[in-house]
Design a protein around this ligand. Structure first.
Ligand SMILES: [Zn+2]
Length: 95
């Protein structure tokens, strides 16, 4: 049995690949599937996705942000609205 470090490295590599797919120009369903897979791997391997990956898609409908999101800034906060399902997420940032 492989130890956790090796497994983690494989999982991270896989996540990187899937992240590249999710931000490519592929079919939307394909990209969405990549995101779902990515989440499943992270869950199973008990690792958390990096911030830059997590903030790239809607947690509710798993659709990658970009053409279907609205971004607004308000008081040290980035507010991202998913135009597909209406889900709103807020991220703090330091000016
Ligand atoms: Zn959504």
């Amino acid at each position: 049995m492989k130890n956790k470090k090796v497994k983690d490295r494989i999982a991270q590599g896989r996540i990187q690949e899937l992240n590249a797919i999710s931000s490519s120009n592929e079919d939307m369903n394909y990209r969405r599937n990549a995101i779902i897979l990515m989440e499943n791997i992270a869950k199973r391997m008990d690792i958390s996705l990096k911030k830059n990956i997590k903030r790239n898609y809607c947690k509710n409908c798993k659709r990658p942000y970009g053409d279907c999101s609205r971004v607004r800034l308000k008081k040290n906060c980035v507010i991202v609205t998913c135009l597909e399902c209406g889900d709103i997420r807020r991220f703090r940032y330091r000016p």
